[in-house]
Write a protein that binds this ligand. Structure first.
Ligand code: SF4
Length: 389
């Protein structure tokens, strides 16, 4: 049985993701769909397009109760608060917005963006996710971040006055970072933590400036054994501080998990609007995978003509839906429901393979629940490939 975060209603979870694809600068490690537009953008035109695409999704998924909204990016804290408010109003107009809906906005902690926190709260945002990333200025500079550590902490303090719930992100296994340096930084961060932390290991993504530097030998990140030690220390420190991992990179006071991300990881439906957004909508018993055009201007032009920026809309076969559930749910500490998997795929997982992975200490089984152990979560890709084969 999946325990519900506190305050969550009985309505079947349904999330709305809003992608704001613009950033003030491109961080050298980032491969997200984010774009810098030095000349600015026509925010009113983009808002009209968001509202049009929302109406399109509301027709495709009528009658749902929205349990979470997530403004992600890019940098949604570059969005004017009145734009956020208008989008939230439209969501509440098209669907029932659950009285306890979690409404998150991702923000970068520059002082300029922090000035808008009160405006976002007034617009209805009740949870802020801050991209702090590191607690020292040298690391922030090498990550290409535009804020200082002092600005990040000031933004965090301001956020505490404006939002019921706050998460912040840190990146570890950075260039030259030792295990001691990371555990010291994390211990400090836990002193500032509210109810949620996202702690990501730096990954070198293809096509980024960091990938080019890494290939040229000019960027050295900790070896995999050192990164593994940092991951395990992260689990221990967060657990001891009362924020255990509920997902590979996410830690929360029990009951304060991100409801929106749980929608993805537990395999529920969600709408996704904005350039490069993804959605999963079940219609007549078939789950459909949708995505929108990635380039903001292309997306805008198509929405203005067709009312949506959707570039791909495919029905998922039973096997694909089941495998997506497996892939997502095994990221969670609560694991997956084997009977749900069997119902989705029409056949159970191979018992011999399951037993072998359990014997290897990578999985545990408790009745119908299958969970990856901490060691299993470190080799999740391999686990999933073997289970889905
Ligand atoms: S602010 Fe975030 S989304 Fe934008 S470039 Fe940096 S990491 Fe990517």
């Amino acid at each position: 049985m999946e325990a519900q975060p506190k305050g969550m209603s009985d309505a079947a979870p349904f999330g709305v993701y809003v992608h704001w694809p613009f950033c003030a600068a491109k961080c050298p490690y980032c491969d997200f769909n984010s774009h810098v537009r030095y000349g600015g953008i026509d925010e009113a035109r983009f808002l009209a397009a968001y509202l049009a695409e929302l109406a399109h999704f509301a027709e495709a998924a009528p009658g749902r109760t929205v349990t979470s909204v997530f403004f992600g990016g890019g940098t949604p804290s570059l969005m004017a608060p009145h734009v956020t408010g208008a989008i939230l109003e439209a969501i509440a107009g098209h669907w029932t917005l659950d009285a306890d809906a979690e409404i998150t906005l991702e923000a970068n902690p520059t002082s300029v963006e922090a000035e808008n926190f009160k405006g976002y709260a007034a617009a209805g945002v009740n949870r802020l996710s801050l991209g702090v990333q590191a607690l020292d200025d040298a690391s922030l500079r090498s990550l290409g971040r535009l804020h200082t550590a002092a600005e990040a902490l000031a933004a965090l303090m301001l956020a505490r006055d404006c939002f019921e719930r706050i998460s912040f992100d840190l990146i570890y296994a950075r260039e030259g970072q030792s295990l001691d340096a990371w555990t010291g930084e994390l211990t400090r961060a836990l002193g500032f933590a509210a109810d949620h932390l996202s702690l990501y290991q730096l990954t070198i993504e293809d096509g980024t400036p960091f990938a080019a530097l890494h290939e040229a030998g000019r960027l050295r990140v900790p070896e995999s054994e050192a990164a593994r030690a940092m991951y395990l220390a992260t689990q221990e420190l967060c657990e001891a501080a009362g924020l255990p991992a509920y997902e590979i990179s996410n830690h929360a006071i029990p009951g304060s998990e991100s409801r929106h991300n749980l929608v993805y990881w537990r395999g529920y439906d969600y709408a996704g609007i904005g350039a490069g957004a993804h959605a999963r909508i079940t219609q007549d018993g078939t789950k459909r995978a949708l995505s929108t055009l990635r380039l903001p201007e292309d997306w805008l032009a198509q929405v203005e003509v067709r009312g949506h920026g959707i570039v791909s809309d495919e029905p998922l076969r039973a096997r694909e839906t089941a495998e997506e559930y497996l892939l997502m749910a095994l990221r969670l500490a609560e694991g997956m429901d084997l009977s749900r998997f069997t119902a989705l795929r029409g056949e159970p997982l191979d018992e011999t393979r399951l037993d072998a992975l359990i014997a290897e200490g990578l999985l545990t089984r408790n009745g119908a629940r299958l969970t990856a152990t901490p060691s299993g979560r470190l080799v999740l890709e391999r686990l999933i490939l073997e289970l889905a084969a």
